[in-house]
Design a protein around this ligand. Structure first.
Ligand code: ZN
Length: 363
């Protein structure tokens, strides 16, 4: 049975309910929105997002953001869709996750009706129903109306991807042949670093942000060139990590001490882009360029600058992130990843150059 057949069977069970603990048997299914898909993935023997025991909507979103698309044109039945809250509550909903049941139908300009399976409180658990998806001029999903009687459209980024036969490992969001599962444990810590990623970085087969997510599965990543200016109060808390700021030797402990003195909760913004694109982002977002800046002393980074890294970044986002939050496990993960990359590049070069030779071996 494929995922839609399984969901159809569960939807027709005599007893359904909405609960935080998930359970399914021959007569009943009880779950919440992420619980439904935790049950489904387990049923299909697919690794749960970031190998968490009980992933939430935010973790589905973070996974789909790495492996999937935000375009309506590539949305197909059987795809999982998710969105997340920027600021996560300590309990309750972190966003929503659902599965597309049939092809999107155009209702009117930039508005589609889609049939989905999901689990909601209002429908007492699993149900099949119609929701509205909204796109911009370019066909990028920008919002949804989850219930017919709602007057407002919720605006937020939405990503989707197929779950069966994916070329990606869900445990780490990397292609299977580059899987990094088992090298690091997901941390429960929320980080105060938000990543502003240039859309071209996301489109790369391997965005190293996947490594950050593997360690910090709820980290907030925003994909855009233009970022809406936050309210003054929020801006007061923000610091941009960017070359040319005050050098911060001791990572963020030092900045946090300064923040505590002013009793502020800091939020650090890290730009994930090539050097040229990062400067363009600052140009397009004057409010960002005006934020106080901090630079980390990046002695360790020089290691990677002399190597051929998978992207042309002058600065390694993972390394900067790891030293910013003072997390050595992430640094170790990145080291291992780089070693694996070099091995793979080596193996491919070897194949290219020697495949015709009589002593060529493929193992
Ligand atoms: Zn993996």
């Amino acid at each position: 049975m494929n995922s839609l057949e399984v969901l159809s069977e569960w939807d027709s069970l005599p007893s359904k309910s909405f609960t935080r603990e998930s359970h399914v048997d021959e007569l009943a299914i009880s779950c919440d929105c992420s619980g439904l898909f935790n049950l489904l993935l387990s049923h299909l023997s697919i690794t749960l997002p970031y190998r968490l025991s009980r992933p939430k909507a935010v973790h589905y979103f973070n996974l789909l953001q790495e492996i999937g698309s935000n375009k309506i044109s590539t949305l197909k039945p059987g795809h999982l869709l998710a969105w997340r809250k920027d600021v996560l509550p300590s309990s309750g909903d972190t966003g929503h996750v659902l599965m597309l049941e049939s092809e999107p139908v155009l209702l009117r300009d930039k508005v589609y009706s889609v049939s989905v399976y999901d689990a909601t409180k209002r429908c007492d658990g699993v149900s099949k129903r119609s929701i509205e998806l909204h796109t911009n001029e370019q066909g990028v999903l920008i919002g949804a109306k989850l219930h017919q009687d709602e007057s407002k459209v919720k605006r937020m980024p939405i990503y989707h991807a197929k779950i069966e036969g994916s070329r990606y490992c869900f445990g780490c969001a990397l292609p299977h042949k580059m899987c990094m599962c088992g090298h690091v444990e997901a941390s429960k810590d929320q980080t105060s670093v938000v990543i502003f990623r240039h859309p071209e970085e996301r489109k790369k087969t391997i965005s190293t942000v996947s490594l950050i997510k593997q360690r910090f599965p709820s980290v907030l990543v925003k994909d855009s060139e233009v970022f809406p200016e936050p309210r003054a109060k929020e801006r007061e808390q923000q610091v941009l990590i960017f070359p040319g700021g005050d050098i911060v030797e001791a990572g963020f402990a030092q900045l946090n001490m300064q923040a505590e003195a002013k009793s502020l909760e800091r939020q650090y913004i890290l730009i994930d882009a090539t050097w040229r694109k990062a400067k363009k982002i600052l140009h397009l977002n004057p409010w960002l360029a005006e934020l106080p800046r901090a630079s980390l002393s990046l002695d360790k980074l020089s290691n990677y600058l002399v190597r051929k890294v998978p992207s042309e970044d002058a600065l390694s986002t993972v390394e900067t992130f790891a030293s910013a939050v003072g997390d050595s496990a992430l640094t170790t993960l990145f080291d291992l990843f780089m070693q694996k990359q070099i091995q793979m590049i080596g193996a491919d070069c070897y194949r290219q150059n020697y495949a015709g030779h009589i002593n060529y071996s493929d193992d």
